[in-house]
Structures are given as structure tokens and as C-alpha cells.
Design a binder for this molecule. Structure first.
Ligand code: AMP
Length: 174
């Protein structure tokens, strides 16, 4: 397995003072690194036999779309409020200050769907938990969660307990 950490850039004080941002654009820029990440994600995702993938705006789309093409299955975009044109379901999640929400189309998931959720990074796990709830409200089952980076020093495992989460690169401290 490639050492993917060498493709992750730490940018301090972005987008606000005090935030340490994990930038995946060097990984996208390097064909060997990007392919290695996709291959590892594909191994986990295909082992779950999903019927659909769901990916989260906006960096999650990069990985979700590439994986949906590899697996030849459908892709559900989870988007910020007001971006999707048809009937939607939405879930709120907590931010450091206040709340935000995400939406998916209400006909995107149905009974019997086995969904893997794809994103670039887990921090608190609030975003992923919100999209898992939407899938479940529509009758689907979340059979796995696939991310590139996890911030292991944050308590996301409690929020996502019960889900099978696969992470490629783990950070134990900021
Ligand atoms: P959370 O809901 O706290 O798990 O936040 C996860 C979402 O926020 C993901 O979609 C990430 O892209 C983004 N995110 C949160 N913290 C960071 C960070 N330190 N660096 C890069 N992206 C982040």
C-alpha cells in the first residue's frame, strides 16, 4: 500500500484561524497516489456488495464518482440545502457553532438498497451520521462508510458506532 500521507497537505489556519485543514488536492494531482487511494477504497466498497454509493458535497464527489464508475453502480449526491431540484429529504447536523444540513433526492434510495457512503474526511462524524439517517429514513441500509482520512483524535467512532467504517489514512493528533 502506498504511503498516502505524503500526498496530504496540512494547511494551518484554513478556512479560519485555529483550523488545521487536511488538503487532498496533492493526492488528486498525483496519478499514482489517486489510483492507490481509489484501489483501496474500491476493495472495501466492493466487499460490501452495495446497490448504490452516496457521496457528500463537494470533495466526496471526486471519490464517489470515480468509485461508482469502477463498480458500475448508481451514485447519490448529498448536497447543501437548495441545490437539488426535485423532492428532497434533509437532516441537520451540528457544527462548531450552529447547525448545517444536507439533502438528498427522496427517490434516490428505496427499500432493500444497500448503500456505501463516501467522503474525503471524518472529523466529528456529524456529517456522515446525518447522511446515514437520510438513507435509513428512505428504507435503505448503510452497509459501509469509506473515507480517505480520519481524525482519530476526535470522538467520531461514538457517533458512528454500529457502522463499518474504512479509513485509508489516520491522524492521531493535529
Ligand atoms: P465532520 O462532520 O465533523 O466529520 O466533518 C466532516 C466534513 O467536513 C467532511 O466533508 C470534510 O470534508 C470536512 N472537514 C472537517 N474538518 C476538516 C479538516 N480539518 N480538514 C479538511 N476537511 C474537513
Amino acid at each position: 500500500m502506498h504511503d498516502l500521507k505524503k500526498y496530504i497537505r496540512n494547511v494551518t489556519d484554513f478556512p479560519r484561524p485555529g483550523i488545521n485543514f487536511f488538503d487532498i488536492t496533492p493526492l488528486l494531482l498525483d496519478p499514482a497516489g489517486f489510483q492507490a487511494a481509489l484501489e483501496a477504497m474500491e476493495r472495501f466498497v466492493s466487499s460490501k456488495n452495495p446497490t448504490k454509493l452516496l457521496s457528500i458535497e463537494s470533495r466526496g464527489f471526486v471519490f464517489g464518482a470515480a468509485l461508482a464508475d469502477r463498480l458500475k453502480i448508481g451514485l447519490i449526491p448529498a448536497r447543501k440545502p437548495g441545490k437539488l431540484p426535485y423532492k428532497t429529504v434533509s437532516e441537520e447536523y451540528d457544527l462548531e457553532y450552529g447547525t448545517d444540513s444536507l439533502e438528498i433526492h427522496s427517490d434516490a434510495v428505496g427499500d432493500g438498497d444497500r448503500v456505501v457512503v463516501v467522503d474525503d474526511l471524518i472529523a466529528t462524524g456529524g456529517t456522515l451520521r446525518a447522511v446515514c439517517r437520510m438513507v435509513e429514513r428512505l428504507g435503505g441500509e448503510v452497509v459501509g462508510i469509506s473515507v480517505v482520512i480520519d481524525l482519530a483524535f476526535l470522538p467520531w467512532r461514538e457517533k458512528l458506532s454500529g457502522y463499518d467504517v474504512n479509513c485509508l489514512v489516520s491522524y492521531d493528533s493535529e
